[in-house]
Design a protein around this ligand. Structure first.
Ligand SMILES: Nc1ncnc2c1ncn2[C@@H]1O[C@H](COP(=O)(O)OP(=O)(O)OP(=O)(O)O)[C@@H](O)[C@H]1O
Ligand SMILES: [Mg+2]
Length: 502
């Protein structure tokens, strides 16, 4: 039986080494991968356009004339003369399990077949043990992307709001949690801005591997915080203020080797009592430190999470920041967590990890002043140096234009979902390798849950349909209509109670 999709035709300078056209026997889709058997190996390509032709409708004047009377259909067998032509862009020749450029064109008359899954897998660079993020469009082939290729040099997930970034992130988390020890498991830490990942903790399958931490409960003992970290959180301290801070923190640490710890009270007292510097310097320093005190995460003893014991391979830690209002506090906590993780990883005290940052343009903003971007420098540092140490970032953003270009350019893999804003699109095109104008155009027409993977994760940009999630979805915030109904019924009860009282 002829399994071919169609036959190559000679037209307008094709077949050439870069393009060929074939007339269809069976339906094909734009974007579908096809192959042609040649002596030199398999010629491999994708359908870049599909056109229809019918010679009965080529001449405007005769069509117009016949349509005036009884119509083309009643005079000619025109419907049986419609044919469909697919234009193919050649991607290479596959021979002996290797891809090469195509050095000679196929011949008119050659049969075109649907791409073989094994060839396609090898062409795209999928791995049998890779992370199953979905399937590639028009082919029954799971998009199994190698973990190292996807994450080692960091991943950016970019799309407009509602395109499916958090859904994709959840799928990625599931795949990471599902891995066996022998496959290599990383610890995963998610900075969850909207409380969207809580479902993992309640899920029958993933609950055991998940730990939820309310952002308000994050605490780090003052003795575990270096003067440099504090200076990073409150940029703009003068040199004398920094001297005092360094002096008293070193002294507190030295004097409290054996005691349980020290907190803000001791810090302020130590500043007052320190012999160095002028009173107004100390006063200004205390005023600046007051902000950190208000954020209530620097403790005397309490440590939550306990990085060394709580960060484990194959486990997920969700930091739920939805309970924190202040962006500055969130930035400070991201900076704290990222710095701790990175330093401990360099010393080998925590396993290789993936740090997922939702709304990452708020934590590594491109334009903001240093004071409004206290987590930017550590994110950029991990982006630059992390891969050597097994410290990976996944930056999720709906405003890539506002995301630090230093951080974004270090993300070697990008997964892009639907984007329609031209500025964002242009920025993505500039910062992602392998996005030509054809791919850029298709990004605007992606539907929710469809994505394109580019960069070091794959050999060639590939469109995928993100799979359904296995884990429980539990978002904070009831649907709008529910909230509205609840509000009115509570109001009605109040009014009734007030009426009864009168
Ligand atoms: N691949 C998919 N399959 C099925 N449903 C999906 C898929 N991707 C996204 N959705 C659904 O679309 C909606 C929006 O997805 P999601 O919350 O992931 O978007 P987002 O890009 O994170 O948006 P935001 O920018 O607002 O955070 C959700 O209800 C989600 O369940
Ligand atoms: Mg989201």
């Amino acid at each position: 039986m002829d399994e071919s999709l169609g036959t190559i035709i000679a037209s307008e300078g094709t077949p050439s080494t870069s393009d060929f056209s074939f007339v269809l026997r069976k339906p094909v889709n734009k974007g579908q991968y096809v192959q042609v058997s040649r002596d030199s190996g398999l010629l491999f390509g994708y359908v870049s356009e599909i056109t229809k032709a019918n010679r009965y409708f080529e001449r405007a004047e005769s069509v117009a004339e016949f349509e005036k009377n009884s119509g083309m259909e009643s005079n000619f067998p025109s419907s049986s003369w419609e044919y469909v032509i697919a234009l193919v862009k050649t991607l290479g020749t596959y021979h002996d399990s290797r891809f090469m450029r195509a050095f000679s064109p196929p011949s008119p008359g050659d049969k075109v077949f649907n791409a073989d899954n094994n060839v396609l897998r090898s062409f795209l660079g999928f791995e049998s043990q890779g992370l199953d993020l979905g399937s590639i469009e028009h082919h029954d082939l799971p998009a199994r992307i190698g973990m190292t290729r996807l994450l080692q040099k960091h991943l950016a997930i970019l799309a407009m709001s509602g395109a499916g970034k958090s859904h994709l992130t959840s799928v990625l988390l599931e795949e990471l949690l599902d891995r066996e020890k022998e496959q290599g498991r990383v610890a995963v830490i998610v900075v969850d801005i909207h409380g969207e990942y809580g479902g993992f903790a309640h899920d029958a399958g993933y609950g055991q591997s998940t730990r939820m931490i309310d952002g308000k409960d994050i605490a780090v003992p003052l003795r575990k915080v270096s003067p440099e970290m504090i200076m990073g959180w409150i940029p703009g301290l003068s040199t004398p203020q920094k001297d005092v801070l360094r002096h008293v923190l070193v002294k507190l640490k030295k004097n409290n080797q054996d005691s349980g710890g020290y907190g803000f009270g001791e810090l302020v007292r130590a500043i007052d009592e320190s012999g160095i510097s002028r009173e107004e310097v100390k006063r200004a320093l205390k005023r600046s430190l007051g902000e950190l005190r208000r954020y209530r995460f620097l403790s005397t003893k309490k440590e939550n999470p306990r990085f060394i014991s709580d960060i484990k391979p194959g486990r997920l830690m969700v930091l739920d920041f939805s309970t924190i209002d202040s962006l500055r506090k969130k930035q400070i906590l991201v900076s704290l967590v990222a710095r701790k993780l990175f330093n401990l990883r360099k010393k080998g005290k925590v396993p290789p990890f993936l740090l997922v940052i939702e709304e990452s343009h708020n934590f590594a903003p491109q334009k903001a002043e240093e004071r409004d971007a206290v987590s930017r420098s550590i994110i950029e540092t991990v982006a630059r140096e992390g891969r050597k140490f097994g410290a990976s970032l996944c930056l999720v953003s709906q405003r890539p234009v506002n995301l630090s270009t230093t951080a974004l350019s270090q993300c070697n893999s990008h997964i892009i979902l639907r984007v329609t804003n031209p500025n964002d699109l242009e920025h993505i095109q500039m910062s992602s390798e392998g996005i030509d104008s054809r791919v850029a155009r298709s990004i605007t027409s992606l539907r929710v849950g469809e994505a394109i993977v580019v960069g070091s994760a794959v050999n060639y940009p590939v469109f995928i349909r993100v799979r359904d999630r296995k884990s429980e979805k539990r978002e904070k915030g009831a649907p709008l209509h529910r909230q509205a109904v609840d509000f009115e019924s509570i109001q009605a009860k109040r009014e009734k109670a007030a009426g009864a009282f009168l």
